[in-house]
Each structure stands twice: as C-alpha cells, then as structure tokens.
Design a protein around this ligand. Structure first.
Ligand code: N1C
Length: 249
C-alpha cells in the first residue's frame, strides 16, 4: 500500500511539477495584481514552444502582448540604451519613472534566457541562441516586440538615458534607435528629453554629431532636449528621496 501511495504521489507530483523557469515566471508575475498569470504564461509559451529557436518572429509574441497590454503612463516613461544599470539603480530607489522592466512583461522576463525546440513541449534555459546568433531568435524577438508595444503607448514628456562613455550613444542597431524612437508619434509624445550619462572618462555628450540622427528620426512636432548629467548626480538623486523627481537633473 505504501509503495503504491509513493508511486501515485510521485506521478501526481511529476505531472504538476513546474520547471524552475515557469516558477520564476509565475512568482514574478504574481507581484502584479489584475493579471491572470496562468493565461499570461500560456500566451508566452505559444510564441516559442515546439519551434526552432532561430525561427521565432517578432509577431509570435503578439498574443502575449494582447494578454498583458501596456498602460500609458504619460510624462513618466523612461527609455534607455546601454545604460541599464544606471537606469535601474535609479528606478529601483525612486518612483520617478517607469521603464519596461517595471511593467509585468518586462519584469517577468528581465535577465532570463529561454527557448523551445522542434518536437518538444519544454522550455529550455540553456543552449539557446545568443542575441546576435540569428535574427529571429526567441529572446531578441521578445524584447523587440515588448519594446515596440511599450513605445507605442509613450505619451507626454518622454525621457531616455543614453551612455556618454561609448562612441555611439545613439546606435542605429539598438532597440532604442530601431524600434522605440520610430514609434514616438507627435500626437501622443510632446518632448523627448535625453539624459546623457556622463562618467569621468566620457567620450560623448549632447553635442555628439550622432545625435543628429536622433533628432532627424523624431516625428515632426516632437520637441527634443538633451542634458549632460554626471552619473554621480543620478545616483545621488536615487539615494535622496527629499530631492523632487523634477529637480534630479
Ligand atoms: O538595444 P537597446 O539597449 O537600445 O534596448 C533598450 C531599450 C530600452 O529603452 C527598453 O525599453 O529597449 C527596451 N529593452 C528592455 O527593456 C530590455 N530589458 C532587458 C531592450 N532590451 C532589454 N533587455 C536586454 O538588454 C536585452 O536582452 C538585450 O540584451 C539588452 C539590450 O539593451 P541595450 O543594447 O543596452
């Protein structure tokens, strides 16, 4: 009897056992109210399960975006390129801006790697193609789709943090330049405020000729401003809640 019970419970346990990936997904998701996380998980999985991980087009994530749509948060939306750590170091401490990683989908999948395999219903977390290994890879297509949806709802005054320590703070191959900026439309977005993050040995700033490509790519009617801000100033504002969001830089 005991053996039978052990076998039965092992089978039941095995059937309900979630992978570590699914557990992470669901526990991160459950921090957000108003969403049916099981539904979001199913919509997510259908994008890549049983597919060649290099053949997942951006549109494969359309049902996922529909299951967890982005809400516009006018005047508070923050975009970034090559400044992830500074941006999130700041947004973690202060409630001034909303980044994609503060939304359900962005926070659930931030830092994760996943892909499927033809003929399998599993989600793998190892052996998946890297960011540039093939164009339509599982992870990259997700970030392109999610970034597009996030940029589609941008409104009011939009902020972007760019990196003054690299040669091309506005790189045409980045998601920011290729996916997000082209989606800012003048009927929704009033102004794009670039915060150029300046470190000790910066090589770029707001006068960088590359930024001409940014102003030219902006929909006519959206105004543009740029401010060089030392990284230490951003960190200080993160550490001092008594400084008003509008006075950080
Ligand atoms: O290519 P990027 O920068 O310009 O993309 C950043 C841009 C941000 O404004 C976000 O809204 O695109 C969005 N985004 C993310 O939110 C995000 N979180 C994590 C894009 N990519 C994101 N990642 C991972 O960072 C992604 O897996 C890839 O490896 C990087 C791209 O960031 P980047 O090159 O610094």
């Amino acid at each position: 009897v005991i053996v039978v019970l052990i076998v039965i419970s092992a089978v039941v346990f095995g059937l309900t056992l979630k992978s570590a990936f699914e557990s992470t997904f669901l526990s991160r998701c459950e921090k957000f109210d108003q969403y049916d996380c099981k539904k979001v998980w199913d919509a997510f999985q259908q994008a890549y399960v049983n597919k060649d991980p290099c053949k997942v087009p951006v549109e494969a994530y359309d049902p996922l975006i529909a299951a967890a749509p982005f809400k516009p948060q006018c005047n508070r939306m923050m975009f970034w390129s090559k400044t992830k750590d500074v941006v999130h170091g700041f947004t973690e401490k202060r409630d001034c801006f909303v980044t994609l990683e503060d939304t359900l989908l962005g926070s659930v999948l931030d830092g994760l790697t996943w892909c499927g395999k033809e003929g399998s219903k599993d989600t793998n977390t190892t052996g998946c193609p890297g960011w540039s290994d093939c164009e339509n890879n599982t992870v990259r297509s997700f970030w392109i789709r999610a970034s597009a949806a996030f940029a589609d709802v941008a409104c009011g005054n939009v902020t972007a943090m760019l990196n003054g320590s690299i040669n091309t703070p506005f790189n045409p191959t980045s998601i920011f330049a290729s996916v997000e900026v082209p989606r800012f439309i003048a009927s929704r977005v009033k102004n794009l405020n670039v915060v150029m993050v300046i470190q000790k040995n910066n090589i770029s700033n707001c006068t960088d000729p590359y930024l001409k490509n940014l102003t030219q790519a902006l929909d006519k009617g959206i105004t543009y401003s740029c401010k060089d801000v030392p990284e230490s100033q951003i960190q200080e504002c993160g550490a001092k809640p008594e400084i008003a969001c509008g006075d950080c830089w």
